[in-house]
Design a protein around this ligand. Structure first.
Ligand code: E4P
Length: 216
């Protein structure tokens, strides 16, 4: 399973490098806007620092504009890039054109089986269902992902699924039951999932007991 940090923050990039087990970082315009730098400048800086894949989401409103933006980013990066295309008719063409150039692509904001099928047929390497956002509206993100896997298996697509908008540990518990190709998690949620009150209490007790004997 591939694991990404959903961030464009340079301190987080250092962490991804230091940890050494993550596959890279995923971004979108909202994530880039939090860093208050010119987006291409920031992508360039991330590319210089990061050891891993960089996911960049195109914003161009037409297929030609999105393809041009995708190629600009792919050409400026020495790391492998994944170009994210929000699901639109124009962007299906964009996915097809960029995939044909051997660059990995992702259809993002995928909320239905027809969208998942069309993105796969266009050649998307990945699609991203947004777990948190689906569950916020009363839907079942896990059921949706299982349905996409079944459709892909029956229809013979090898497009991978990356679970996005992961909000809590339960998402990981649910996804682990049936498997998932990739996950992207924000730093805040990653940090939250590292902690468990029993782990913390156990650590505190071990430290106390060690302090009693360490100078004997
Ligand atoms: C993936 O890169 C998505 O853009 C991201 O996970 C969305 O997460 P959010 O719903 O927390 O904004």
């Amino acid at each position: 399973m591939e694991l990404y940090l959903d961030t464009a923050n340079l301190k987080h990039i250092d962490l991804v490098n230091k940890l050494g087990f993550m596959d890279g970082i995923t971004t979108n315009p909202t994530i880039l806007s939090k860093e208050e730098s010119a987006p291409f400048e920031l992508i360039r800086e991330i590319d210089e620092k990061l050891d891993g894949k960089i996911w960049y989401q195109v914003t161009g409103a037409t297929a030609d504009k999105a393809v041009e933006e995708a190629l600009t980013v792919a050409n400026m990066c020495s790391n492998k890039v994944v170009i994210k295309f929000p699901f639109t008719l124009d962007n299906l063409e964009g996915i097809r054109r960029i995939s044909e150039k051997g660059i990995e692509t992702n259809a993002t904001l995928v909320y239905s089986i027809p969208q998942a099928i069309f993105a796969a047929k266009a050649g998307a390497t990945y699609i991203s269902p947004y777990l948190g956002r689906i569950d916020d509206t009363g839907g079942s993100s896990v059921q949706f992902i299982n349905d996409i896997y079944l459709a892909y298996e029956n229809l013979g697509f090898d497009t991978k699924i990356i679970g996005a908008s992961i909000r809590n540990s339960q998402h990981l518990v649910d996804l682990s039951k049936n498997g998932i190709d990739a996950l992207t998690i924000s730093y805040a949620n990653f940090e939250k999932m590292l902690h468990n009150t029993m782990t913390d209490a156990g650590m505190e007790q071990f430290q106390k007991d060690w302090n009693k004997i360490k100078d004997l």
